[in-house]
Write a protein that binds this ligand. Structure first.
Ligand code: ZN
Ligand code: ZN
Ligand code: ZN
Length: 319
């Protein structure tokens, strides 16, 4: 059996669990000794009562989770429950596919993602502000604005991910930010495309995401998923009115905030696309009304931002 297959059923599984009795690895369905004709003779260090022995949180969903679990289905929300210990720690024996540097703790993953997002944010912002011509735009502002815009875009990304993480934790589920191999590949392609096209294609980055374990309750999954793009919508709602509070004559700050709002809106809309592993796919399945409401709000922002970009007289004060 390969590294990613269950030693009982042979299915390729997103997560594998070591059996403390026999030492073999199993999928979520065959994880417990009674479910894989366990031959181990080592006495179990804990009581393996399959369901309901642990009060509260994730254990409550275990029965439903194990029945519905389909090993081999590719998902960021594997249905595991009743796993004592930290499933994100590789020494627990749990294999989470697609995670880069699994041995590194969450703060390192966040720091690496932050550095990548910030670097790409500066790249984008430099090309924006190098083309900006405004009489009030000073050389000092020209030097610091890329850092300000990179802070807004990185802040939007982290707020999005932490919104998922906190809602997951609210439901008692293990949730961590992880660097993802696929995301890093997309990031490399995105940055490479940007550099090779000399800035024609906007750089694209998605170094990682929050992985929530045991998100099998559809209502909880929907709320956990919608938290991300909803946070981008809220950030845009906060930034947008501030644009018009900036005193006339400081148009460069209006441009900065409009780009900040745009990047946030774009992040929200992109994640709301109802395809693949994106948040939108789960939200659409969960509640179509909420899906269309949030998508309509985000698209309204996106359209408004484009109207402003192409009609600068609507928000700039100097001519
Ligand atoms: Zn199995
Ligand atoms: Zn066993
Ligand atoms: Zn998301």
């Amino acid at each position: 059996m390969g590294k990613n297959t269950c030693d009982f059923c042979g299915e390729t599984s997103y997560m594998l669990f070591p059996c403390k009795n026999c030492g073999q690895s199993y999928c979520a369905i065959h994880r417990l000794p009674e479910n894989h004709d366990c031959t181990g003779s080592i006495p179990s260090p804990r009581d393996y009562t399959p369901f309901g022995s642990t009060p509260g949180n994730a254990a409550t969903y275990s029965q439903a989770a194990l029945e519905q679990d389909s090993p081999g289905e590719y998902s960021w929300e594997p249905n595991i429950t009743e796993f004592d210990g930290d499933p994100f720690d590789p020494s627990s024996g749990v294999v989470i596919k697609g995670v880069m540097l699994p041995k590194l703790k969450e703060p390192f993953h966040i720091a690496i993602a932050f550095a990548i997002m910030f670097f790409i944010g500066i790249l984008t912002a430099m090309s924006i502000f190098s083309q900006l011509v405004l009489p009030s735009f000073t050389s000092v502002e020209r030097a610091i604005f890329p850092y300000l815009l990179a802070s807004i875009s990185t802040g939007g990304f982290l707020t999005h991910e932490f919104s998922h993480r906190q809602v997951g934790r609210h439901y008692g589920l293990p949730a961590r930010f992880r660097l993802l191999t696929f995301g890093m590949l997309l990031t490399a392609i995105g940055v490479g495309g940007y550099l090779m096209s000399s800035g024609t294609f906007p750089p694209f980055a998605l170094p990682g995401a929050v992985v929530v374990i045991g998100l099998d309750n559809r209502d909880h999954a929907g709320k956990c998923k919608i938290a991300g793009p909803l946070s981008n919508f809220i950030i845009s709602c906060i930034i947008f009115p501030v644009i018009f509070l900036i005193p006339p004559g400081n148009d460069e700050y209006r441009v900065l905030l409009l780009y900040g709002a745009y990047i946030n809106t774009f992040l929200g809309v992109f994640n709301m696309l109802p395809v693949g592993l994106l948040d939108g796919a789960n939200i659409f399945k969960w509640n179509k009304k909420y899906y269309f409401l949030l998508m309509a709000g985000l698209v309204a922002f996106l359209v408004t931002e484009f109207v402003f970009f192409y009609n600068t007289s609507l928000f700039l004060t100097i001519y």
